[in-house]
Ligand binder design. Sequence first.
Ligand SMILES: [Zn+2]
Length: 401
Amino acid sequence: MHMDTLEAKERVVKAGRKLVESKLIARTWGNVSCRISDSHFVITPRGRDYLQMTVNDIVEVAIADCSYSGDVKPSSEKAMHAAVYKQYPEVNFVIHTHQENASVVSAAGLEAMKVVGEYPLLGGEVICAEYALPTTTKLARKVSKVLMRKGGQAVILAKHGALCFGVSDDEAFQVATDLETACADYVNSQYNHLSGNNSGDLVELSYYAISRLMGKPQPLPEAMESGFYFESERTDSGFRLKLNNGATIEVKSGELHSSMPEEAKLLNEIYQSFNDINYIVHTNSLSVAAVSHADLTVRPLLDDFAQLVGTSVKTVTPWNAPRIRSALKHASAVLLHREGALCCGSTRSDATAVAMVLEKNCKALIGASLFGPVKPIHQLESMLMRFMYLKSYSKQAAKKS
Ligand SMILES: [Zn+2]
């Protein structure tokens, strides 16, 4: 029995909101669809906010050739969804996410992840589809290939995220949630296997992995502080610095004196050098903090890092203004040796998104390194994704203003 189109659209809208609330996706990354017949499904549109979405934004798409009608463009990953509906007549709901732990496993270059624990919906193993650039027919073909193998109701997409499906929306959600736990357990059991430590402590795991990457033991930091140290925002006369103890300092660029903290002098230089930066956050989240000890150049292990952050993020001496400025010419973030990272954007939402994607990519570097040498996305592919992202971003900004 098939669902009425309007009801299907309502379920997709509801599921989009639930995905954001459950933190399985952020912003417009990821998409949701629901089957309405043997030949059609409805899917979320391209690049719209899930919290503002209505049934009028949901697009009907043909399973056979992904054709659609109307003014609203369907998600550019529609072909992956169609591949699932083609392969499994009993599946009525598909979710594509960039969820954190599945992304970590997706960066490890595995053919499949063995499922430990009681997750019947996942089957005995979750198969990983080979890498292809997002939104391409090549990626959809690789997903189809994996779906033909007998597996559970989830597929991991190399260096990208996951695809989860079920007979209903509730079941597809259960698959996504189970996958998140199973992936975290999988990384942790590898850590346990290598180190003999079964504490499950993420700080210990992170510094153990960084020590292996550096080839020398890395002591745990005395006290792990996390979250933002400060945020700062451009103002008409300079910038406003908000410290994490709640204090706010207004700085006028013309009135900076030598008694000001190094951070303020640095922020002043960044705002003066980059017209498109209006917001800067300093993050010291767990994985970013750990990676900042390693003095590495971090390259994209995940598509959304290449798009939002850049093709390489350098580690520099904290508050060294010339080197930080030069690093920010090529990326939206810079790692500060042993001090976390600065993440920049034209709005607060952009800067915090950069911080979130940087944390995920650093977590992926840590997790994936436990399974062998970590291979970043090919440089040319990263450059292409970054270019396309910046182009569509400036187009959207022009539309708004
Ligand atoms: Zn995606």
